[in-house]
Design a protein around this ligand. Structure first.
Ligand SMILES: C[S@@+](CC[C@H](N)C(=O)[O-])C[C@H]1O[C@@H](n2cnc3c(N)ncnc32)[C@H](O)[C@@H]1O
Length: 289
């Protein structure tokens, strides 16, 4: 059977060890972002630091260098149907972005779609007290996410801050559970890493984005969707060029939507260890009234 393997395992040493069930356990090391953002700190002539509201800012130098580890159980290679059992580069880029913007994320309810083994949701729960981690339940993925949450609970802002729920993009809206609808309505920010790799799934993902925005509009609660992905290039004879067909398919299909799509430059600080490939893309999508 043809298997695919995420490139990241070859590039960085995650101190991976085998576990009994045929999977492996890897350590994803990170550094915490500095707690005080230098840009928002104003130094008065007497040397005292204040924030923009004039409140005293106490610098915690020791905290700036603090490091941690997210332990993730995952597969090392899988058939295409089970790619969610691996860790992909987009998950690490999104985790970096959440760390970079942790002051915003800490006040938000976060919904992750196509979460795979849960790394990005776990990173979000370090700052946010309300994270819902979802995926389609194939290959025991939801139980694997629950196990990974257990491996990392001591990192979280508050205990039990991640809820795990099934969300299958292919499911029709009328079949969504009450809990899923409530989650969709409550969330402020939606994150999804590397879920654009197949035309059918991309169409379904776009429908999900429509649903998120439509329900947000109904209850007047705007949503921001962050999408991270690694463009996968192929050379096509038809185009006589190198193209990233899935990403281009997504852009084509999104073109006429009432969405505002912004590219976020991927030069924000790196807190996790991986190769920040130049093929990584980060999009911020909001509803354009
Ligand atoms: C390439 S993996 C990315 C996983 C994870 N976000 C990461 O970046 O490591 C693609 C993800 O899309 C999920 N997926 C596939 N079909 C889906 C569906 N019908 N509904 C929701 N998610 C789906 C997979 O289970 C998997 O978690």
């Amino acid at each position: 059977m043809y298997k695919v393997k995420s490139e990241i395992y070859e590039e960085t040493n995650y101190s991976t060890i085998k576990v009994d069930n045929g999977r492996v356990l890897s350590k994803f090391k990170f550094t915490y972002p500095p707690e005080v953002d230098a840009e928002t700190t104003i130094t008065l002539h007497n040397g005292i630091n204040t924030d923009k509201d004039g409140d005293l800012v106490v610098k915690r130098k020791a905290h700036a260098k603090r490091s941690g580890v997210i332990q993730i159980e995952h597969s090392e290679a899988t058939e295409l149907r089970l790619v969610g059992l691996q860790v992909w580069r987009g998950a690490l880029l999104l985790a970096d972005y959440i760390f970079h913007k942790h002051e915003e994320f800490c006040n938000m309810s976060v919904l992750e779609l196509g979460a795979g083994v849960g790394l990005t949701s776990i990173a979000a729960a370090i700052y946010s007290s309300n994270v819902v981690c979802t995926d389609v339940n194939v290959g025991g993925i939801l139980d694997l996410i629950r196990a990974n949450i257990k491996h990392n609970t001591e990192l979280f802002k508050i205990p039990n801050s991640i809820n795990v729920l099934e969300f299958d993009f292919l499911q029709p809206l009328q079949d969504y559970s009450g809990e899923l609808l409530e989650t969709i309505d409550n969330c402020d920010v939606v994150v999804a890493a590397d879920v654009i790799y197949d035309d059918t799934l991309t169409d379904a993902f776009i429908n999900v984005m429509d649903t998120l925005f439509e329900r947000g509009n109904l209850i007047r609660k705007g949503k921001t969707i962050y999408i991270a992905l690694e463009k996968r290039y192929v050379f096509t004879l038809a185009e006589m060029d190198t193209v990233a067909p899935m990403f281009e398919y997504f852009l084509r299909k999104s073109m006429h939507k009432s969405w505002k799509i912004e590219y976020i430059a991927t030069d924000f600080p790196q807190y996790f260890e991986y190769e920040r490939s130049r093929h990584l893309v980060m999009l911020k999508v909001t509803y354009n009234k």
